[in-house]
Design a protein around this ligand. Structure first.
Ligand SMILES: NC(=O)c1ccc[n+]([C@@H]2O[C@H](COP(=O)([O-])OP(=O)(O)OC[C@H]3O[C@@H](n4cnc5c(N)ncnc54)[C@H](O)[C@@H]3O)[C@@H](O)[C@H]2O)c1
Length: 367
């Protein structure tokens, strides 16, 4: 039987990039939860992650992991197209779900995920770490205290030179390009920052500028989200920006402004003739000038995010990042791709015409 107190026992689905971050993040804030199992289909991969993070149980089929009676919460770090089925399987096993972004591929999937979790009485946490990123949380605290007066614009941008795994570039597995992969953070951030006002319209300009050899998906995007309270969200995202990850926000109100750059404020401007181990996520080299970050997971907010979900499971906090948030982001993503397809602003609520966001822009030919 699952415990009702003590540390929340966690299983992770997936063993690569984000799984490693989840495992490390639970270890950084170990007082609320512990990872007891990991599952990944490629033989040996889950074992490797388990050895790195001292995770006792290893599975190749996540459905076998879901049979473990003591596991209470399962985090999903698998490709986007698998999020819905995995969430439903986890909920049907009576376990709480933490699903990585973007929530899924279609609004129908989002509804089924939300309904199943509700019926089974389990939480559906949407892993949007920007709601927990310390620098961004500080910006929101200042805004909520009235420091900037009425806010009319929130800008959020996330850019790098493209994802590390082949499936992201395959639109049938990812559902969209940079807009979907990174713009989902920006949409969620603006919505959350402004106190979750309804979205009135979405406009997006998408292009594939640098990676045409690799993908049909957009590798650069600009998106303008208009909210019912009159404020504008301005989202920029890119898979075509050289030099490693950049994540920043700017908040403009009638009484003030703040700028938050996640990497630069926390970096060590560094020159190295010889190179060294690691500078920052997705930086291709450490030779010459680089901007190494420290306590990277902490500065992104992922340990704080995972701790929050564990505390929700124990009834110590109320859910701050939910499946419903993920659904709102999905609907705005569909509108963004539809806007690029139509070359005009899309009024909300937008009813998707296709089964993945990218098709609203490109039509059926996404392979
Ligand atoms: N919050 C963030 O900032 C952030 C960052 C990176 C990735 N993500 C999200 O996390 C998810 C995973 O991305 P990633 O970068 O870790 O990808 P990845 O390619 O590095 O890892 C994917 C993992 O999924 C596993 N997998 C594939 N098919 C599976 C199946 N049928 N059953 C179980 N596991 C399966 C793979 O074996 C692999 O371990 C994506 O949805 C991505 O958008 C979020």
């Amino acid at each position: 039987m699952p415990a009702t107190n003590g540390k929340v026992k966690v299983g992770i689905i997936g063993s690569q990039f984000e799984a490693d971050i989840h495992a490390a993040s639970f270890q950084l804030m170990p007082e609320e939860a512990e990872v007891v199992a990991v599952s990944s289909p490629t033989p040996g991969n889950a074992q490797k992650l388990a050895e790195k993070h001292s995770i006792p149980r290893v599975f190749t089929d996540y459905r076998e992991m879901l049979k473990e009676p003591d596991i209470e919460m399962v985090t999903i770090t698998a490709p986007n197209r698998l999020h819905a089925q995995m969430t439903i399987d986890i909920a049907n096993a009576g376990k709480h779900v933490v699903c990585e972004k973007p929530l899924c591929m279609t609004l129908a999937e989002a509804d089924e995920m939300i309904d199943t979790c509700r019926r089974k009485g389990v939480i559906l946490g949407y892993a949007e770490e920007l709601f927990f990123t310390p620098k961004y949380v500080k910006a929101k605290e200042m805004a909520d205290q009235g420091g900037f007066g009425k806010i009319h614009m929130v800008k959020q941008s996330e850019k790098h030179f493209g994802p590390h795994s082949p499936w992201f570039w395959d639109m049938t597995q990812a559902g969209g390009g940079a807009m979907m992969d990174l713009g989902c953070h920006g949409i969620a951030f603006c919505y959350w920052f402004l106190g979750r006002p309804a979205i009135k319209s979405v406009y997006a300009q998408l292009g594939t500028y640098v990676h045409r050899d690799k993908t049909k998906g957009d590798d650069d995007a600009i998106c303008i989200v208009e909210f019912e309270n009159g404020a504008i969200g301005m989202i920029e995202c890119s898979w075509a920006k050289r030099g490693g990850m950049s994540d920043r926000t700017e908040i403009y109100g009638e009484g003030g402004v703040t700028y938050a750059d996640l990497h630069m404020g926390n970096a060590l401007p560094t020159y190295s003739e010889y190179g060294f181990g690691y500078a920052v996520e997705k930086a291709p080299t450490t030779n010459g000038w680089s901007y190494p970050v420290f306590e990277e997971h902490w500065n992104y907010g992922i340990p704080q995010e995972m701790r929050h979900f564990a505390r929700v499971v124990r009834g110590k906090e109320t859910l701050q990042a939910s499946g419903e948030d993920g659904r709102i982001v999905m609907q705005a993503l569909y509108a963004a791709y539809a806007s690029a397809g139509a070359g005009q602003k899309i009024h909300m609520p937008y009813i998707p015409k296709t089964d993945m966001p990218i098709k609203e822009w490109l039509g059926e030919d996404v392979k």
